[in-house]
Design a protein around this ligand. Structure first.
Ligand code: HEC
Ligand code: HEC
Length: 416
């Protein structure tokens, strides 16, 4: 299921065709619609461009936070694939920037293609079997609890440990007196600030529209894209890495991080599925000092609507791997800090668990230490996982290096 806006992103020549090129339809064939005619193409496009520009300004403006010091871009820095510029697993927030979050900040590049969350997702991709229920898929955040980017934007604006605004009214009041007021009035009505809900929704919409800007968030300009277009060769190591990434008996990464163009899209390196990998607990996250606290993803505690589904505990959304080499913390709890280790974790989780999990006083490795034992059966065991301690890993150390070399071809802005 590829959203229409994605198709549009792939068809710039079509979109760029001047409105005058379309011959007017003869009046006699026109069927009256129950809503007014859409505005002319050029006018709609100008409005989208203006909302995008407003959304960009808002995204980079720290005045949107109660502290006045935290913009969306503070945590989602464009130089790092819209993820943090520092390696801290969780970022500060709150009115005085003294609180911290419980999860790593995901990259926002290519996030716009997340389908709305669905517990029973049927793929219509060319390589997917449309009759198979792929299970919980999509949504925004690591647990998919926000259906659209505009619902998502509400969360950091109002979260006490992020931008920490007391209410939508607090945001709107500040904006009404600030430099974006004129643009908000021009685009959403001169009286927009008389209605808090309307004004706040306008802010959320502008942030969403900006995050759908293809040139900024989904340019498809990586070396791998150039390779797919037949414009460049991969190095020997990159190409070995690509094959390992796709080989179902080796990396098997492409099972979840889709690497091949589908009928109507370039690959996004995610199927947006929610899966449990059993990543190690991150003791650097303050919330984890409480031994009884577990971030269980899809079944809670951030997300509350599926709390009675034990089979969902430990599941987190599969992120796109585009621009992943720009990140400094990996996985939902940011427990891993190098791309090499992120790949090595996959290769060694089951065959060398002592390298990834703490060893208890009894000398036993406490595998899956961030997931209560009753949920261990939810953890994925497909390759590259599987095997017993001491077995050979699905990927040797040299093969891990090759996969990393391949992942480094997924960074946008490649120049031959
Ligand atoms: C204090 C750091 C911080 C700030 C500021 C922040 N975010 Fe985030 N963002 C996060 C974290 C952490 C998550 C993951 C949350 C979760 O999984 O519950 C996230 C998730 C997201 C996602 C979901 C991405 C996906 O692939 O599912 C989007 C979209 C997003 N943020 C946009 C924004 C916007 C827009 C703003 C400004 C209004 C913003 N963020 C401000 C930390 C931040
Ligand atoms: C069964 C599905 C699945 C397979 C197979 C899989 N992944 Fe993942 N990947 C995920 C999920 C789910 C996450 C997020 C898990 C979490 O944070 O708890 C993830 C996260 C990652 C991350 C961290 C990205 C970030 O933004 O923090 C990297 C890197 C990664 N995978 C690389 C790979 C590589 C390389 C392979 C093959 C060796 C692979 N994955 C195989 C589902 C999968």
């Amino acid at each position: 299921m590829i959203p229409l806006r994605f198709l549009c992103a792939l068809l710039p020549p079509l979109l760029a065709a001047p409105a005058t090129a379309q011959a007017p339809r003869p009046a006699a064939t026109r069927v009256a619609l129950p809503w007014p005619d859409p505005p002319p193409v050029a006018e709609s496009r100008a409005r989208v461009a203006a909302i995008t520009a407003l959304g960009r300004d808002l995204f980079f403006d720290p005045a949107l936070s109660a502290s006045g010091r935290e913009a969306c871009a503070t945590c989602h820095d464009p130089r790092f694939g819209f993820s943090p510029s520092n390696a801290d697993p969780v970022q500060p927030g709150g009115a005085t920037l003294e609180q911290v979050g419980t999860r790593a900040v995901p990259s926002l590049s290519y996030a716009q293609f997340s389908p709305a969350f669905n517990e029973h997702y049927y793929e219509s991709d060319e390589d997917g079997d449309g009759s198979v229920d792929a299970g919980p898929t999509g949504g925004f955040t690591w647990d998919g609890r926000a259906s659209r980017a505009r619902d998502q934007a509400r969360l950091p604006l109002l979260a006490a440990n992020e931008m920490a605004n007391a209410s939508p009214a607090a945001v709107v009041t500040r904006l009404a007196a600030g430099p974006h007021a004129a643009a908000l009035r021009a685009l959403y009505g001169q009286d927009v600030f008389t209605d808090t809900t309307r004004a706040f929704d306008a802010v959320l919409e502008a942030l969403e529209v900006f995050q759908q800007d293809p040139a900024t968030f989904a340019p498809f300009t990586s070396k791998y894209d150039a390779w797919l277009r037949g414009q460049v060769q991969l190095t020997a190591a990159e190409d070995r890495g690509r094959q390992l990434f796709e080989d179902p008996d080796k990396g098997n990464c492409a099972q979840c991080h889709k690497s091949r163009p589908a009928a109507d899209s370039l690959p996004l390196f995610t199927d947006f599925g929610l899966v449990a990998l059993g990543v190690p607990r991150n003791t650097a996250i303050p919330a984890n000092r409480d031994p009884g606290y577990f971030d269980l993803g899809l079944c809670g505690p951030e997300r509350r609507d599926l709390a009675d589904h034990a089979e969902y505990c430990g599941l987190f959304k599969t992120p796109s791997l585009r621009n992943v080499a720009l990140r400094k913390s990996f996985f939902h709890n940011g427990v891993i800090h190098s791309l090499h280790d992120a790949v090595a974790f996959y290769a060694e989780r089951d065959v060398a668990p002592q390298r990834w999990y703490p060893t208890g006083p009894d000398g036993k490795v406490r595998k899956f230490d961030d997931l209560p034992a009753q949920y261990w059966e939810n953890v994925n065991e497909d390759p590259p996982f599987g095997g017993a301690p001491g077995d050979a890993p699905h990927l040797s150390p040299a093969e891990v290096d090759d996969v990393v070399a391949f992942l480094q071809t997924l960074t946008d802005g490649y120049k031959p």
